[in-house]
Design a binder for this molecule. Structure first.
Ligand code: NAD
Length: 494
């Protein structure tokens, strides 16, 4: 079994306690790696390395062009090792290999490339001051040490989505991947060393949230936290960010994406995009389309096509390129998803398809779950309000679009929403009314590193990706230079 250490100050080190833990392949529930477990002391070591790298200026004082060169070299090396990284991503997360190769790796490489080029574009502003006595200019500066905490569903993609803008802007980073999926983030360390990154710019510490994550949240020398994960832990991050001093926080949390299908929509295409929306990555996607609002006039036709296609999805060996759906991340998640489905049925939902563990060979020892559709659901039911985070879709019938929009917005989440219709005006006005960080119109689930991503309400605070994401990692400084002939103070002092 392969062993992985902590990556601190460009070195691979054991945890000071000597503790390790096993990482499992969720598709088989078998161990695939042994990984060092970082506690408070290891996190402190990583933060000290990051702080020293920041304070010394080896990274923060480089020209944006120079940081860009390091990052572009890293992107090239990531591409070179993308098959190997994709394989580890699949082994540790249970996602199909095609998805690791075609989604996770290209997004991770693109984050490195895109933010490398953004490093060259960080500009200031000049503010016109009446009276011409002062030259007022605004500069954007890095925060210092950023603590990045990410989940297990897109391990390297979500790690690079926070790491790349953080380092492009001159910050240094302590990154904590999920304890379930730490391997690709640790391997990224090898790539950064080969690309010539100075020691301490990026550090990777693995371990459980309560130990390693908490140590990051409470460290006094961390100036900013970028957190991607659940609403529950997001709340803890926000509370902890006030102690021992205020930290800048970005939160990327959960969702319960509505998908509205109008009667004139292209049913075939809408159905395909909906299946992508709730079955991609086994439904373990924050912006998954999990609440279908289906117009009564197309209800039966749409549902028949949906159920047919869902039943023909290929669930299987995660390393087989023909597999379309893999395994949920853990036994615990499998049981939790199954409980949510059973509770929904007990509360009156009707099971259209799925509803149990998938155990056909070769999946019998993994955490596979059948893609599941529940109809006869109302928007106030728990299954329509809470994130299930598995391949589970609830269906709500509607008569009028305004009623569907109202219910779509009647959710504590506001991450993403989707509308399908052939009417351009309806698309435009519905998008304006939907309370979500991303609205897809006649498409679904695709987001780009170049465009802002994030949520409203309980779905988070701030944005990742795009120039909006880049700005999150920069603090604003206003600079006022007196350029008048004689200083004339307010109090009339001579
Ligand atoms: P999680 O909140 O349990 O864990 C996320 C990270 O936080 C992990 O690294 C975990 O170890 C760490 N953590 C857990 N407890 C902690 C604590 N007390 N202190 C500090 N760190 C702690 O989430 P998860 O189960 O790994 O991921 C699934 C969730 O992530 C879903 O809710 C999903 O919607 C959300 N998510 C959101 C986005 C987004 O961009 N909005 C993207 C992916 C996933």
């Amino acid at each position: 079994m392969q062993k992985f250490k902590l990556f601190i100050n460009n070195e691979w080190v054991d945890a000071l306690s000597g503790k390790t833990y096993e990482v499992l392949d969720p598709a088989k529930n078998e161990p695939i790696a042994e990984v060092a477990l970082a506690d408070t002391k290891d996190v402190d070591r990583a933060v000290r390395a990051a702080k020293e790298a920041f304070d010394s200026g080896v990274w923060s004082e480089l020209e944006g062009d120079e940081r860009a060169e390091y990052m572009l070299k890293a992107a090239q090396l990531m591409k070179k090792r993308s098959k190997e990284l994709a394989r580890w991503e699949t082994l540790q997360s249970g996602k199909p290999i095609t998805e690791s190769e075609d989604v996770d790796m290209p997004y991770s490489v693109r984050a490195m490339e895109y933010f490398a080029n953004q490093a060259r574009e960080i500009k200031g502003e000049v503010i016109p001051i009446p009276g011409k006595y002062a030259f007022d200019y605004v500069t954007y500066e890095p925060y210092g040490v950023v603590g990045s905490i990410v989940p297990w569903n897109f391990p390297l993609h979500l790690a690079t989505r926070t790491l790349c803008p953080a380092i492009a802007t001159g910050n240094t980073v302590v990154l904590k991947p999920s304890s379930l999926t730490p391997i690709t983030a640790i391997l990224l360390g090898e790539i950064l060393v080969e690309a010539g990154f100075p020691p301490g710019v990026v550090n990777v510490v693995s371990g459980p949230g309560e130990t390693t994550g908490s140590a990051i949240l409470s460290h006094p020398d961390i100036n900013m936290i970028s957190f991607t994960g659940s609403l529950d832990v997001g709340g803890k991050v926000l509370e902890a960010s006030a102690r021992p001093r205020i930290k800048k926080v970005v939160l990327e949390l959960g969702g319960k994406g509505p998908f509205i299908a109008e009667p004139d929509c292209n049913i075939g295409a809408a159905v395909n995009s909906l299946i992508e929306g709730f079955c991609l990555n086994q439904g373990e996607v924050c912006c998954a389309s999990t609440r279908l609002f289906l117009h009564q006039d197309i209800y039966q036709e749409f549902m028949d096509e949906l159920a047919n296609k869902v039943n023909s999805l290929r669930i299987g060996d995660t390393l087989d390129h023909a597999t379309q759906m893999g395994s949920l991340i853990s036994k615990g998640e499998l049981e939790r998803v199954d409980t949510c489905v059973h509770e929904a049925v007990k509360n009156g939902a009707n099971l259209v398809c799925g509803g149990k563990q998938f155990t056909d060979p070769p999946c019998q020892s993994g955490n596979y779950y059948q893609p599941t559709i529940l109809d006869n659901v109302t928007n106030d039911m728990k299954c329509a309000q809470e994130e299930i985070f598995g391949p589970v879709l609830v269906v709500i019938k509607y008569r009028e679009l305004k009623e569907a929009i109202k219910q779509a917005n009647d959710s504590n989440f506001g991450l993403s929403a989707t509308i399908w219709t052939e009417d351009l005006r309806t698309l435009y006005w519905t998008a304006r009314k939907l309370n979500a960080g991303t609205v897809w119109m006649n498409t679904n689930i695709k987001s780009k590193i170049e465009a802002p991503y994030g949520g409203n309400k309980d779905s988070g605070l701030g944005r990742e990706n795009g120039t909006a994401g880049l700005k999150e990692y920069l603090k604003v400084k206003n600079n006022i230079l007196f350029v008048g002939e004689k200083y004339d103070n307010f109090y009339g002092f001579k």
